[in-house]
Ligand binder design. Structure first.
Ligand code: XMP
Length: 516
């Protein structure tokens, strides 16, 4: 089914909620004309909310033709008003705005959309205009203090609308309303499951790749691991993965790739051990942006060298490598223009971009998927939980978590402190409460301490646990004091050179998540 995006931040969320109900959904821009929209053969359409007022000059309109195509439609917020206006209802600016949680009262008419939803419910609203009169053929299903028509339905044409946002968690029965539309209104089948996603993607990869050779870079992160595992499932030994070990990963992460990932997938892995190369290139550099540039540059060089070695091997067998796997996700596709054509090439390793003259065609098996779907597919493919559930980790790795220049000794120290903090967070069962928890070494700062009988002059370690939805904004996580005490005790006792552990209690903004 299609979600038509009227420019709100909610369209992707609607698509996700629809997929939560096991129905495949795609987001399309509202600029797509009705003929092109219908050419996609949608089984149902949802018109999203949007920032406009239907009265505003240049406000996007809905073509009334859309409603006579026999496709069930649900309008949400702006989509609801635009639908009302297109079909001859009245939309007015009443001066009564409703933002946030609002009481919705059912009119008692019944019907499929509000089936099973209590007569009074709290729903999340964000509107200035409201529908005053429903178009002909529609029944009013609900109202609020500020919106005489807060939901309507024409069961014959299977057209529905709600003023509130059923896709946000703050709407008490939002998912129920969406599912009522999908299953009772539009009468769709729930067939978009992890198993079906996997089968479909495997078929697509086989079709695209044929018997050609494929190369893939692994970063240790979720996306590249799941993309590679899918391609491996589809074309087996035609795939070779490259893992550039830059020595800036956390404890156990290189082993996760080299041992656990290979054991779970049976993939051909080419490992480039480049720890010394990165350390040498970073020697004496403390400026964070310079570090990033150096790490990105060296990464691309190391990747290209590995690629040349693999191509040389392949050519020895009379084969060329034709495809490169990229872990592009659906939100990137939507944000770069809505799913048609090639998405911006995102570097598979999150460190720096790949060179523009790369001579490969792209295989992007995650292009249709949201992150939670990627994790589910990874689990279904048998990948280890540590890889599938991994929190975000920056491409430049520990290189940008040492404030100061990067040395082997400092990397070892930070790796131990980070491993302790992560192990204690996991043992406390709080992994899911925290979006990510950077552990930072202030290598340029020293402070006085007393340990055993002696005075120490050591470095502080900063804990930066944050909660976030998307890393754009974040708040510091309120971890329990006894957990923080255990982490602090263990780090100061077990990691030589550290005599102080501090907690970062800054939100983003004004702070960023990482320190560099
Ligand atoms: P900030 O520090 O900007 O981080 O609040 C937002 C998110 O991005 C990650 N991050 C990076 N990821 N390369 C990456 O691949 C980088 O250079 C980089 N810097 C920050 C950070 O971990 C957080 O998830």
């Amino acid at each position: 089914m299609l979600v038509v995006d009227y420019g709100a931040q909610y369209a992707q969320l609607i698509a996700r909620r629809v997929r939560d109900a096991d129905v495949y959904s795609e987001v399309v821009p509202h600029t797509l004309n009705t003929a092109d929209l219908l050419a996609k053969n949608p089984v149902a359409i949802i018109l999203s909310g949007g920032p406009s007022s239907v009265y505003a000059e240049g406000a996007p309109r809905v073509d009334p033709e859309l409603f006579s195509a026999g496709v069930p439609v649900l309008g949400i917020c702006y989509g609801f008003q635009a639908m009302a206006s297109a079909l001859g209802g009245t939309v007015a600016k009443t001066g009564l705005r409703e933002y946030g949680s609002t009481q919705v009262a059912a009119s008692g008419v019944g019907g499929s959309l509000l089936d099973g939803v209590p007569e009074h419910q709290n729903a999340w609203m964000s509107h200035g205009d409201s529908v005053q009169a429903a178009p002909d053929g529609f029944e009013v299903l609900a109202s609020t203090a500020g919106a005489p028509v807060a939901a309507f339905a024409d069961e014959t044409r299977r057209l529905y609308g709600v003023q509130w946002h059923p896709e946000v968690k703050h709407s008490d029965h939002g998912q129920q309303v969406l599912e009522n539309f999908l299953f009772k209104g539009a009468r769709l089948d729930a067939n978009w499951t992890t198993g079906s996603i996997l089968e479909e993607q495997v078929d697509r990869i086989r079709e695209q790749v044929g018997d050609a050779r494929v190369i893939c870079g692994l970063s240790g992160g979720v996306d590249s691991a799941v993309a590679a595992a899918l391609v491996q499932r589809a074309v087996g030994d035609q795939l070779t993965c490259v893992f550039v070990d830059h020595g800036l990963l956390r404890e156990g992460e290189a082993e996760q790739v080299e041992r656990d990932f290979v054991a779970a997938t049976g993939v051909n892995l080419y490992v480039a051990n480049e720890q010394k190369r990165f350390l040498d290139a970073l020697a004496g550099v403390s400026d964070p942006e310079t570090k990033r540039k150096i790490i990105g540059r060296e990464f691309i060089r190391a990747f290209e060298e590995a690629e040349r070695a693999i191509i040389a091997q392949a050519q020895a067998h009379g084969e060329k490598i034709r495809f490169l796997v990229q872990g592009t996700l659906y939100p990137d596709v939507v944000e770069s223009g809505g799913g048609e054509g090639a998405a911006n090439i995102k570097s598979h390793h999150n460190v720096g971009g790949l060179p523009e003259d790369l001579q490969f065609e792209l295989v992007e098996p995650l292009r249709a998927l949201f992150k939670d779907e990627v994790r589910a597919v990874g689990a279904q493919l048998g990948l280890p939980a540590e890889i599938v559930g991994r929190q975000p980790f920056p491409g430049p790795g520990l290189g940008i978590r040492i404030v100061g220049d990067v040395t082997q000794e400092r990397l070892d120290l930070l790796r131990r402190a980070d491993a302790i903090a992560r192990a204690e967070l996991t043992a406390a069962g709080l992994d899911n409460e925290v979006w990510q928890m950077p552990v930072v070494l202030l290598a340029d700062v020293r402070s006085v301490g007393v340990q055993g009988d002696g005075r120490t002059y050591g470095h502080p370690i900063v804990l930066r646990p944050v909660s976030s939805e998307d890393a754009m904004t974040a708040d510091w996580s309120r971890l329990p004091y006894d957990l923080l005490a255990r982490i602090s005790n263990r780090i100061t006792n077990e990691v030589e050179g550290v005599n102080r552990v501090v907690l970062d209690i800054t939100s983003k903004p004004p702070g960023t998540i990482e320190w560099e």
